[in-house]
Design a protein. Structure first.
Length: 250
């Protein structure tokens, strides 16, 4: 069958589909949301569940950011861009996308455990909703505990004014999450400081060379930027940075 014949067939199908939509009545599914008076407790409970589910979906991005390694990865990549002085390269969309996929890579074991022990049993109907949520929190809490400093956890336990937990299982999740976020910020800033050091040395050398040549009106970034990029490429900076950052999660 030739290409011309294929084009004619696709063109004919397109004309037929357009004609059927334009000159005939097409039944499309619709979704109606509204309020009505009811005395059936089951309908009230289902409505509340729907509202709660929609609320959780709106909070899903925040949950992904705050309870995973996304925060550390994105901040470290932003520090790298600032240290190199390349302004908007890589662009924000690329940094966020890279951080997102690295987060999925780092959190792969936890997400797999959530799928096997919480999501699939709940969908199959063999596990209740509350138990499914508890099972889903177990790998997330394990990951957050591994990245949380003891002093940060002690700080929020003190601020929450609760009794000193005897085990990790006694630590409330609402206390663990902010402790984890503060620890992630500290870790990411420490990594950012280490990233800045070699590039700062190059900036200082470039400024010293320009001063010795009497070119004080020339910004040091004009001279240092090519050397920063060359250094980063020669040491295979992306592999080194990404590998070290993934290993930092233990």
């Amino acid at each position: 069958m030739s290409d011309r014949t294929l084009k004619n067939i696709f063109l004919s199908l397109g004309i037929i589909l357009f004609s059927s939509f334009a000159f005939s009545q097409v039944t499309l599914p619709s979704l109606n949301l509204g309020f009505k008076t009811t005395n059936n407790p089951t309908e009230v409970v289902n409505t509340i569940k729907l509202v709660l589910m929609m609320t959780v979906l709106t909070l899903a991005p925040a949950i992904l950011i705050m309870m995973t390694g996304f925060t550390r990865i994105l901040i470290v990549l932003s520090f790298l861009r600032q240290a190199m002085g390349v302004q908007q390269l890589p662009p924000n969309q690329l940094l966020v996308g890279l951080s997102l996929f690295l987060t999925f890579f780092v959190m792969g074991p936890a997400f797999t455990e959530i799928n096997q022990k919480a999501l699939q049993p709940y969908v199959a109907g063999t596990l209740g909703q509350e138990q499914a949520v508890d099972n889903a929190l177990i790998p997330l809490r394990r990951f957050m505990f591994a990245q949380t400093r003891d002093q940060d956890l002690a700080l929020f336990i003190k601020l929450a004014k609760i009794d000193q937990p005897k085990t990790r299982a006694d630590v409330p999740t609402l206390v663990l999450i902010p402790s984890f976020i503060i620890s992630e910020l500290k870790t990411s800033f420490m990594i950012g400081f280490m990233i800045f050091l070699p590039f700062l040395i190059i900036d200082i050398l470039a400024a010293s060379i320009l001063m010795s040549m009497g070119m004080m009106m020339v910004p040091p970034i004009v001279l240092s930027l090519p050397f920063k990029i060359m250094l980063f490429v020669l040491v295979d900076g992306w592999s080194l940075l990404i590998g070290s950052m993934v290993k930092s999660f233990g």
